[in-house]
Design a protein around this ligand. Sequence first.
Ligand SMILES: O=P(O)(O)OC[C@H]1O[C@H](OP(=O)(O)OP(=O)(O)O)[C@H](O)[C@@H]1O
Ligand SMILES: Nc1ncnc2[nH]cnc12
Length: 232
Amino acid sequence: MTRVGNSRWRDSAPSRCATPQVDHRLRWRAAVRRFRGRRLRCRQTPPARVGYPREVTNETVAELIARRMTTTPDFPKPGILFRDLTALMADGEGLRRVTDALTSAMPADVDAVVGVEARGFLFAAAAAVSRAIGVYPIRKQGKLPGPLLSETYDLEYGSATIELQPDSLAPGSRVYVLDDLLATGGTLVAAVRLLERAGYVVVGVGVAIELAELGGRTALGAHPVNALLTIS
Ligand SMILES: O=P(O)(O)OC[C@H]1O[C@H](OP(=O)(O)OP(=O)(O)O)[C@H](O)[C@@H]1O
Ligand SMILES: Nc1ncnc2[nH]cnc12
């Protein structure tokens, strides 16, 4: 080491200037910049952690979903108890645990994960990235250019039409469908029908929440359903 004033510099650092004074000033300014950078980084508020206490170590994913799920009466219509996972998914740890649980139940030989607009996209995209495979979206009517296949169905609080661009994935591909919630099964039955009409093999369906009383599992027939939390 060489001493320059009160500072210590490594001998190996090449001098960028002709005179030692200028060299010292440049190095001093660089050190001040580094110090300020560190101070700024320390002052930054850590990213919001939305209530997933570190001490809850042995909580199952079903318990985690039940704890973080919100339940809103009379939304979007009177008489509907609306279950929502927005807060859980906004928490990195929650997103990771739900994604891991959904992904680990998927068979090994899946070519793409299908997500149904809109909440299904979150789960499907996260699982597809985790498996390093593609994500294949089924969209609500009017969002995709043709040629398209479409299915109209009823769900707990209305009816809807979903559409699929059949040429975006090779025929015969093995697909796994993910959504946030299974209620009457209207949405997922329509999704499976679209996929089968397009020539794909649906190897299973996964959801974070199943509202068992609404009969979605029965509506899906022989298609295997993995639900992380079943509410009866
Ligand atoms: O089993 P079902 O009775 O069909 O109900 C389940 C569907 O309902 C919700 O979607 P919604 O149509 O409200 O769309 P969103 O994801 O855009 O909120 C949910 O995300 C499921 O896709
Ligand atoms: N009760 C419910 N909560 C949230 N999403 C739903 N989709 C259908 N029924 C639902």
